[in-house]
Design a protein around this ligand. Structure first.
Ligand code: N2P
Length: 370
């Protein structure tokens, strides 16, 4: 497994089978948005403004164990990392101004929103020679056609991580609305994910912006809400499904794949009505204190070895073609790691921007406060 995650066989030997369970959701929720790593990143620049310090603002559980220490060793820089759990949270932080982060990791359409909102800066591609390692399918995507502002980080899907032993095989989003599982269903607390699931269950494109379907989506989400254990940060859902607190968890692919390799009662499905595919990217926000080091970090992530280590640890998919031969076979063999055929065709990419996002926000707020 190289420097990836511990393999299932070894994991069971070390922990003893059945010792996989994490803590409960309420305990885990305390972990959200704390500073990690040495130095307690505060994102406000701290005393070491500029200099050789890199402030990374990232999703949680989204670097390998080796990623930051190796970069520190290579550059002599000190990296601090803070976490967000949704693109909306990231945008709000940047719009509030003065965040002091050097590198951020927004998803596809959020990159476009950030470019239009003028919160990210153009990249100097001459400082990112490893861009050539990126596969053609991951260059020049719709949200930043010339990669002027963003470089790909990892990509994945969003589906349902569930306990097959308890609920049998499922195929449809309907399971997430099944009253039989009341209190045992968890949704990821992110607008495009939640509304997207409802649009797909209704048979609409997730990019439908007509008022009628939005009303239907609202009604459907209000119907689901009493059945939910709650809306959670994505990384809280995996341990909850693993320890049985939740039977059906809306889940990002990497989290789901880690769970699958640790417990064979679990399954990850891309529902037949459709599932989201997303692309995460590295950008440099306006106001970054260490723009040179930020470029160096982006280039480092796109290197063959560090790119492979990243995805071997997180279990997300890599856009780094050069890194592909170094991706663990165990990972490539997971069902849906690289969706193909029918499964590939049902994947949808969120492309909603502008006023339609504000309409959706109003609906999301109404559902959550209902
Ligand atoms: C990593 C979260 C993946 C980001 N924990 C989904 N865009």
């Amino acid at each position: 497994m190289g420097r990836g995650r511990i393999s299932r066989g070894r994991f069971l030997k070390v922990m003893g089978a059945g010792a996989v369970a994490g803590s409960t959701l309420s305990v885990l929720s305390c972990q959200a948005n704390t500073s990690a790593n040495s130095g307690g990143g505060n994102g406000d620049g701290g005393s070491n403004s500029g200099g050789n310090k890199l402030n990374l603002y990232n999703w949680s559980d989204y670097v390998a164990e080796s990623t930051l220490p190796d970069f520190e060793e290579k550059t002599g820089a000190k990296v601090t990392q803070d976490f967000y759990s949704s693109n909306e949270e990231l945008l709000a932080k940047l719009q509030a101004g003065g965040s002091g982060y050097d590198v951020i990791v927004p998803s596809d359409t959020m990159v476009e929103i950030m470019i239009k909102s003028d919160v990210v800066q153009p990249l100097d591609k001459s400082k990112i020679p490893n861009f050539e390692n990126v596969g053609n399918d991951y260059k020049g995507l719709f949200y930043d056609p010339e990669n002027e502002y963003s470089m790909p980080y990892q990509w994945g899907t969003t589906g349902i991580l569930y306990n097959k032993k308890e609920v049998g095989q499922i195929k449809s989003w309907d399971a997430m609305w099944n009253p039989e599982y009341k209190g045992k269903i968890a949704m990821i607390d992110e607008l495009p994910e939640i509304l997207g699931a409802a649009y797909m269950k209704l048979g609409y494109s997730i990019n439908n912006t007509e008022p009628g379907p939005l009303e239907e989506v609202k009604a459907l989400l209000k119907e689901q809400k009493p059945l939910l254990r709650g809306y959670f940060a994505s990384t809280e859902i995996r341990p909850a499904v693993q320890n049985g607190d939740v039977l059906l968890g809306h889940s990002y692919s990497g989290d789901a794949f880690i769970a699958l390799t640790e417990n064979e009662d679990l399954d990850y499905v891309l529902p037949e009505e459709g599932a989201l595919r997303w692309f995460d990217n590295m950008c440099i926000p306006n106001g970054a204190k260490n723009v040179d080091l930020a470029h160096e970090f982006i280039n480092y992530i796109l290197a063959k070895k560090s790119g492979a280590e990243l995805s071997n640890y997180t279990y997300y998919s890599t856009p780094n073609e050069a890194a592909l031969p170094l991706i663990d076979d165990e990972l490539k063999q997971l069902p849906n790691y690289s969706p193909s055929g029918e499964e590939y065709k049902r994947l949808q990419i969120d492309r909603v921007v502008g006023e339609a996002v504000r309409e959706r926000q109003r609906v999301f707020t109404e559902v959550k406060s209902a």
